[in-house]
Design a protein around this ligand. Structure first.
Ligand SMILES: C[C@](O)(CO)[C@H](O)COP(=O)(O)OP(=O)(O)OC[C@H]1O[C@@H](n2ccc(N)nc2=O)[C@H](O)[C@@H]1O
Ligand SMILES: Nc1ncnc2c1ncn2[C@@H]1O[C@H](COP(=O)(O)OP(=O)(O)OP(=O)(O)O)[C@@H](O)[C@H]1O
Length: 305
């Protein structure tokens, strides 16, 4: 039996370029791994089977579309294993369809767990390539820490970061579909007359002030540099998120932004005490389903010993 623990992410910068011919967008995507973890436990079995526990378990598909099952089959195929055998049990704490890469995390965790269970010893470089086949957010879940993702987010470069930053995540009722949020971003840009294809939208770049704030461990500077080009689209599809963002700011957060494609909202705070206070205020406001104080960066997917 092998258990892998894997973190959620927030995007501290999500610069979105134009729509590419392949349906993806070029990104300047600064991923930041936070201490909100799923666990994937792999045990020997016949075929690939799944189970899931946690508050959102009913929302997780237990068929071949699950990213953990897809990861197991992809790894097996890569090694020419004709009949992969594994049961994957997911202990889910990352919100489902919440913009925190929960499914991607499980895909990354399953790659590592199956690799260990089957004794394959696949090099990290190969696991990262397989992860990119599963989805744009999956490679980062293997890496963790803070990293700049280029291309569709899969070409990663780890970034220097000092110390620990404190966060609160406000979980919404109901998820948002990532492709729908990207489509809404394109629609809003088109409506604004700025265009939305690669020909119209410049390729985004990482913000120097943001990178410096991370390297300096300066939460106030990071608060001033947080940016998410998908936020307007998430708010357009879910206008009530404006109330959630406001509730956290009024409670004393340094900054508020939508996490990735949403609808989870992320609040950067100055320390652990502020995180507890902002989380309590968010719960009391009724502007979210749950509020989790946490911190980061934390390492990527790893086998629990
Ligand atoms: C919003 C983010 O979470 C930020 O980290 C990611 O960009 C989304 O990554 P993901 O969920 O792993 O997405 P994928 O499974 O690779 O792609 C799902 C869909 O999202 C859209 N998509 C995704 C990534 C990207 N760079 N451009 C896109 O337009 C596409 O419609 C794609 O078909
Ligand atoms: N292991 C999994 N856990 C959760 N959802 C999964 C999983 N595998 C597949 N899915 C499907 O993927 C959809 C998106 O779920 P996920 O939790 O990954 O969204 P997300 O966190 O918004 O993604 P991202 O931040 O990477 O865009 C779910 O609605 C579900 O149908």
């Amino acid at each position: 039996m092998v258990t892998v623990r894997v973190p959620a992410k927030v995007n501290v910068q999500l610069g979105v370029g134009g729509l590419r011919a392949d349906g993806f967008h070029d990104l300047a995507n600064v991923f930041f791994a936070v201490a909100l973890f799923d666990e994937v436990t792999a045990t020997p079995a016949e075929g690939v089977t799944l189970s899931c526990e946690g508050p959102d378990a009913a929302l997780v598909p237990l068929d071949d579309t699950n990213l953990a099952a897809r990861a197991a089959r992809l790894l097996a195929a890569h090694h020419g294993l004709a009949e992969p055998g594994v049961h994957l049990h997911i202990t889910k704490a990352i919100p489902v369809a919440g913009g925190m890469a929960g499914g991607s995390a499980d895909g990354a965790a399953a790659l590592l767990a199956c690799d260990a269970l089957w004794g394959l010893g696949t090099p990290l470089e190969t696991l990262l390539e397989l992860a990119a086949e599963l989805g744009s957010d999956v490679p980062f879940a293997l890496l963790g820490g803070v990293a700049l993702g280029r291309g569709r987010g899969e070409i990663l470069e780890s970034l220097p970061v000092r110390g620990t930053f404190h966060w609160v995540f406000a979980v919404a009722d109901g998820g948002l579909s990532t492709p729908a949020v990207f489509r809404e971003c394109d629609r809003l840009r088109d409506e604004a007359g700025t265009g939305f294809t690669e020909a119209d939208v410049p390729t985004p770049d990482a913000d120097a002030a943001l990178l410096a704030a991370l390297a300096d461990g300066d939460p106030v500077a990071l608060a001033g540099a947080l940016a998410n080009d998908l936020q307007a689209a998430a708010l357009s599809l879910r206008p009530s998120l404006a109330d959630t963002l406001r509730a956290g700011t009024e409670a004393g957060a340094l900054a508020a932004l939508v996490s990735g494609s949403g609808p989870t909202c992320a609040f950067l705070v100055k320390d652990a005490e502020a995180a507890a206070a902002v989380a309590a205020a968010l719960r009391a406001s009724g502007a979210c389903r749950a509020a989790h104080p946490t911190y980061g960066p934390v390492p990527g997917a790893a086998v629990r010993t």
